[in-house]
Design a protein around this ligand. Structure first.
Ligand SMILES: *Cc1c(COP(=O)(O)O)cnc(C)c1O
Length: 406
């Protein structure tokens, strides 16, 4: 690398991003997180948050926060790392409650899902091991794998044959294999075939790490996630990662696993040890959110109904709708320019839907990522379908390439 100024290094790169329609902006929100929002000064219905159960602005959680602040039971900040004085009773109770809910030995809280994923791969994948990751895993799992000292191999999306081939190779090389997958894929909405993957893990003595950021709260009995959706129970070589900023409507993350696994994280995980504990008040909010989630069958059913309504309404519009059974409903538009054009046109009609472009998704797979929430009404969804219908007649949509069928 030449010696150069920051200006010299980045001016060209930033310009190139713009030319390729890949430049990113941060939409500025002026309202609480909820279906009706004001974003960049536009009044709109928000169809791209991950607040699947409408808990980000829930009156019961607000009430509880006011109560604990008035009683002076907690502060906002935690003041220090968990290993210093940051580990409050509220964090501790929350960990126990999540562990009980999931039926695992222990749970450990993290400040973000990104950090939890870095921690889990740094700690458990050691030199000589091989990490086997689904090609479409979340960026944080990829970074975690790249930062660990283990070998890192990726298998084609959802391809259990491809995975088994790599497991066989690991076995002959006498390498510990660590399978890493999203439970629900964040940009695609499809599910990892965890039944087959768990069976393979058992057969090859591999460890299994499931990042269920989009499954917890939404799928499975009492919202216990993708494993529960497949009626599976985690064994001692399984770790689950959950985020608390999506269906939980709060912030932070957790890792769920065996007592030994959690102790290993407390002793060795640098993204756990060297960071301030999340705010005490957040732990209070998540505890309340968990109570709601356990009893949220009505919301989960409503969400399923909205998903059906949306898919049925969009089916015959000539759009390339991804084959997704979850609240994440992508419409493939291939190139970034088209994705932005659609997103902007929807904005003009009062719907906020993000255009997702490379490198977040693979080349030529730019898309609208529509997410549904139990806080939407059938009327909201109906209005979105009508808007898509009118745009499908005006704008170039897809598709030389149909959405992949599974
Ligand atoms: C959002 C997300 C994360 C990161 O979680 P944060 O708490 O937002 O940092 C990790 N994995 C997946 C699959 C996600 O969707």
């Amino acid at each position: 690398m030449p010696i150069e100024s920051i200006e010299q290094r980045f001016t060209g790169r930033l310009k190139q991003r713009q030319d390729e329609h890949l430049y990113r902006h941060r939409p500025l929100s002026f309202s609480p997180q909820q279906p009706h929002m004001q974003i960049n000064g536009v009044h709109c219905i928000n169809f791209c948050s991950n607040d699947y159960l409408g808990l980000a602005n829930h009156p019961k959680i607000q009430q509880r926060l006011i109560e604990v602040l008035q009683n002076q039971e907690v502060s906002y900040g935690s003041g220090a790392a968990h290993l210093v004085t940051g580990h409050h009773l509220q964090h501790h109770l929350l960990e126990d409650e999540i562990a009980d809910w999931l039926g695992v030995e222990r749970v450990l809280l993290f400040s973000t899902g990104f950090m939890a994923n870095l921690a889990v791969l740094q700690t458990f994948a050691q030199k000589g091991d091989v990490i086997l990751g689904d090609k479409l895993n979340h960026a944080s799992l990829i970074d975690g794998a790249l930062q660990s000292e283990a070998d890192f191999k990726r298998y084609p999306h959802l391809d259990t044959k491809g995975l088994e081939k790599r497991l066989k190779a690991a076995k002959s090389a006498k390498q510990q294999a660590i399978i890493v997958t999203d439970g629900v894929f964040s940009m695609d909405g499809d599910l990892a075939p965890l039944d087959k993957i768990q069976e393979l893990a058992g057969r090859y003595n591999a460890w299994l790490i499931v990042d269920d950021a989009h499954g917890f709260g939404v799928l499975g009995e009492q919202g216990r996630g993708t494993l529960s959706h497949f009626k599976l129970t985690p064994d001692l070589n399984t770790l689950q990662i959950g985020t608390l900023g999506k269906a939980f409507g709060c912030g932070g993350a957790f890792i769920a696993g065996s007592n030994t696994a959690i102790e290993a994280l407390i002793q060795f995980a640098r993204p756990y040890i060297y960071t301030t504990a999340s705010p005490q008040l957040n732990a209070v909010a998540v505890r309340e959110a968990l109570k709601i989630i356990k009893q949220a069958d009505n919301s989960r059913q409503k969400l399923q109904m909205l998903i059906k309504q949306f898919r049925k309404g969009v089916k015959n519009l000539g759009l390339s709708l991804w084959d997704s059974p979850t609240a994440i409903q992508p419409i493939l538009l291939e190139n970034s320019e088209k994705a932005i054009q659609w997103s902007e046109a929807l904005k003009k009609q009062g719907f906020w839907v993000a255009a997702i472009r490379p490198p977040t998704v693979p080349q030529n797979q730019a898309r609208l990522r529509i997410t549904l929430s139990a806080s939407h009404t059938p009327k909201h969804v109906e209005a979105l379908i009508e808007a898509l219908k009118s745009l499908a007649n005006q704008l170039p949509c897809t598709s030389t390439q149909p959405a992949p069928k599974k």
